[in-house]
Design a protein around this ligand. Structure first.
Ligand code: NBG
Length: 824
């Protein structure tokens, strides 16, 4: 018996891990948590009770990890990310605990089905795409590797919009992921943080006679933390993801209320809560949105204060901060953390400036996730000055001292000084957040070999000249737990049979599959798995979207954010080319390898060209699918609302993975890795992580096409004239003419005019220049697919050789080369 007064010893009791233990705990959650009997429980009750039961199994380890973090002086990673695209939680938690079978059996004993309940869960879509999903993969890996990490971010009330199509056009619906209850989150209002905004600064002399600055804010909000479990895979470790939600500091002004102005009384509340209301769907062009900067500062201020004053003791010596934390800046969104840490050290903890700056420069590392110049954030000085006056002063001083450093290193080179200034003068005074991050960070990394090279040599060349050792590459990865083990149980079974189950946490063991590529029996089983995954997908798309997809065709998949640089339009030109050749009678349908094309993509709501592309895909799909001449030969499906949940069924079914961005534009891509690990072959350009993928799997097992990055640069230099490619290529001309003819728009010739004229006259991402190479490479794909034995062999080799793309490996790279943290 534990004496009731000894709080430290009070044990956390997980339920027994057998079926009876589970059923008992589940019924208790249903009865006492949901307040219903099994007989009267709704499916939502059942789902919430199940989630709460599963989390009971993780609780003891979680509480232990939290206690340890406060006690043990070990270094942790503070992952600062404005996005986490988590995907559903239930399956992941079940996998981590190893309880799937027990739960399935226990639920069956209660007359319930796990499949039905898992479909109740609305995934937390707190991210736009790859960047947010990468953050989710990374925290999964750190938990699995028992490395202490707190993920910090924003609990958006509305995540990425729910996409619907109305007459083929994207219509956005709010993502109400929290309406039916959030069983995976734990609010801690008692640990709220106060966040200040606006106002002005004042100089004063403190009691020790030291000149100081004080920030007199104009208004403030509260940040309420919501904790989420991040369970490691069967290792008993549970890390924390801490997402902040904004609240008004005075929820209700009673005086105003009593005076009869109800609306005014709640106005303050609405204003404050707006800060964490929605995820910005903008991913290509940061519009100077004040609210977005508020979001960024809000979550970063909460997170830094949380770590400095809650996790660490208030007596903690700031000089040793870098021994306890490294803040990883996931892109530029959290970079305002740099002046915020300086403010905490100088104004709050009363450290001398130079010492504070030395500390700050040890506590950050920066990852860049893009090469598009328009995606590197620049905030107007006027805006930061108004919203965060103290931070603007700090940035000015950091910049002034940094530029002195530049002058010392390159005397007399004022052009260079201007180029490198954190504060730009043109078109307006603005703070280049990527520069600020680079100056403060111990390391700056790109996310694939090519990207890191271009980042170093083209985006930040002056900085890499000054600090060559700062710039490194860490190639992205994906978690094999969610994207193979959980999403592809059949393939996982096959792999485990062949190489044992260690691959789930040591993906290099997939190498053991290599000899089996030459084993006809193994290949046949691989094909059976692929076939079963296709059937599973087709059933889902039938239920979900009403598609009736043909059996026995090649499944050609392109899923990713909709963006011109990713070139969904190039994929579409290929489809239209095939269709045109078929309906014009130039090619016999029997000579076309049957394909089912699947698209999945959301367009940022304000991105016109992307939305027009969606409209064109849907229009082509409806014409092709309705044409009896194309039946069973060409089918195009575009299920709405592509998200992590859909990806988990889609990717395991794919034969062909489309990674066709213009060389030099895709930082890495992570979809490419997921497809290869699930036994799809890739058709791709020499871009992002495709480069490494191809090197790993070998040229024979990858369909490469298109210009290389230097060729793209050279063509840009010469002057790119897209219409000349149109004039020179009959197939391309026919495809574009068919689109312009009204064939996909009920005769309306103007329907796709903006898109077509953009392609012919601008084509910023050179789809027309790569068209011929692409269509030719697709012909090779067709030929290769004809030999199913050879195709399966390649697919198995793709799996065997892609262990490198585990996010566990990425994390090891960050740990060894940037963070220097230890597992516990
Ligand atoms: C994306 C890149 C991808 C990359 C992911 C993760 C942004 C800003 N960048 O190529 O486009 O794989 O980041 O690094 O979302």
């Amino acid at each position: 018996m534990v004496p009731t007064h000894d709080r430290a010893l009070a044990p956390v009791q997980s339920p027994e891990t057998d079926v009876d233990g589970f059923v008992g705990a589940f019924l208790r959650e249903l009865n006492f948590g949901q307040g219903v009997s099994l007989a009267r429980a709704s499916v939502n009750d059942q789902h919430l009770a199940l989630a709460r039961t599963v989390r009971q199994y993780l609780m003891a380890r979680w509480l232990e990890a939290i206690a340890q973090q406060r006690k043990n002086p070990v270094k942790a990673v503070g992952y600062l990310s404005a996005e986490y695209l988590l995907g559903r939680q239930l399956d992941n938690a079940l996998l981590a605990t190893g309880l799937v079978d027990v739960v399935e059996e226990g639920l069956a004993a209660c007359g319930l089905s796990l499949d039905t309940l898992r479909d109740q869960e609305v995934e937390p879509g707190l991210g736009n795409g790859g960047l947010g999903r990468l953050a989710a993969c990374f925290i999964d890996s750190l938990a699995t590797m028992s490395v202490p990490c707190i993920g910090y971010g924003i609990r958006y009330e509305y995540g990425i919009f729910r996409q619907t199509f109305v007459d083929g056009r994207q219509v956005e619906q709010p993502d109400t992921w929290l309406t039916l209850g959030g069983p995976w989150e734990f609010p801690h209002p008692e640990s709220s943080q106060l966040v200040n905004f606006a106002g002005h600064t004042e100089r004063f002399t403190d009691e020790d006679g030291v000149e100081r600055t004080r920030w007199v804010p104009g208004w403030n909000v509260l940040g309420v933390p919501y904790n989420y479990m991040v369970p490691g895979y069967r290792n008993g470790r549970v890390n924390t993801l801490r997402l902040w939600s904004a609240r008004a500091t005075k929820a209700f002004d009673l005086e105003i209320f009593n005076a009869g102005d109800y609306a005014e009384a709640v106005r303050a509340q609405t204003f404050a809560e707006n800060i964490s209301k929605v995820l910005y769907p903008e991913d290509s062009t940061p519009q100077g949105k004040e609210l977005r900067l508020q979001q960024q500062y809000f979550f970063v201020a909460c997170s830094l204060a949380d770590y400095m004053f809650e996790v660490l003791h208030s007596t903690f010596d700031p000089a040793a901060l870098a021994d306890r934390i490294i803040f990883q800046l996931n892109d530029t969104h959290p970079v305002i953390a740099v002046p915020e840490l300086m403010r905490l050290l100088v104004d709050v903890l009363k450290q001398p400036w130079d010492k504070a700056w030395a500390i700050t420069r040890q506590c950050f590392a920066y990852t860049c996730h893009t090469l598009l110049p328009e995606a590197l954030e620049v905030w107007p000085v006027e805006l930061i000055g108004r919203l965060l006056p103290r931070h603007m002063e700090i940035i000015e001083r950091i910049n002034a001292e940094f530029l002195d450093e530049v002058r010392a290193a390159f005397p007399g080179d004022e052009m260079r000084v201007r180029r490198m200034s954190i504060i730009s003068d043109y078109p307006e005074r603005g703070v280049r957040m990527a520069f600020l991050a680079t100056v403060a960070a111990t390391r700056v990394n790109g996310v694939a070999a090519l990207h890191s090279e271009l980042l170093r040599d083209k985006v930040l060349p002056d900085f890499s000249e000054l600090w060559p050792e700062k710039f490194i590459n860490v190639t992205n990865g994906v978690t094999p737990r969610r994207f193979v083990r959980q999403s592809n149980p059949l393939l996982s079974g096959l792999i485990t049979e062949a190489v044992g189950d260690g691959w789930v946490t040591d993906l290099d063991r997939l190498r053991g599959l290599e000899p089996l590529a030459d084993d006809a029996g193994f290949r046949a089983r691989f094909r059976e798995v692929k076939q079963a995954n296709k059937t599973r997908l087709f059933e889902l798309l039938q239920r979900r979207d009403g598609y009736d997809l043909p059996e026995g065709s090649m499944l050609d998949v392109m899923v990713k954010r909709l963006h011109e640089y990713k070139r969904q339009s190039l994929k579409l030109l290929h489809i239209v080319t095939l269709y045109e050749s078929l309906v014009s009678g130039r090619v016999d349908p029997a000579d076309i390898v049957p394909r089912t094309f699947i698209f999945g993509a959301k367009a940022a709501p304000g991105y016109r060209m992307a939305k027009e592309t969606i409209y064109l895909i849907n229009s082509v799909a409806s014409v092709v699918n309705a044409d009896p001449r194309a039946k069973g030969v060409l089918t195009v499906a575009f299920p709405a609302n592509y998200n992590v949940t859909l990806a988990e069924t889609l990717i395991p079914a794919a034969d062909l993975s489309e990674q066709i961005s213009l060389a030099g534009k895709e930082a890495s891509g992570t979809g490419n890795m997921k497809f290869a690990l699930n036994g799809a072959l890739t058709i791709g350009t020499d871009d992002g992580a495709n480069v490494e993928l191809r090197q790993l799997v070998g040229d024979d097992n990858f369909f490469l096409f298109g210009m290389l990055e230097p060729e793209v640069a050279a063509l840009t230099e010469r002057g790119y004239v897209p219409s000349s490619f149109y004039e020179a290529d009959d197939d391309l001309k026919r495809a574009i003419d068919l689109i312009s003819s009204g064939a996909f728009s009920g005769g309306d010739r103007g329907a796709f005019e903006p898109l077509v004229s953009n392609l012919l006259h601008e084509d910023r991402f050179m789809a027309l220049a790569d068209y011929r190479a692409y269509v030719d490479a697709q012909a090779k794909v067709d030929a290769a697919y004809g030999d199913q034995e050879a195709w399966s062999r390649s697919a198995i080799l793709n799996i065997a050789r892609c262990g490198f793309f585990s996010s566990d490996r990425s994390m090891r790279d960050y740990i060894d080369r940037i963070w220097h943290t230890e597992p516990v």
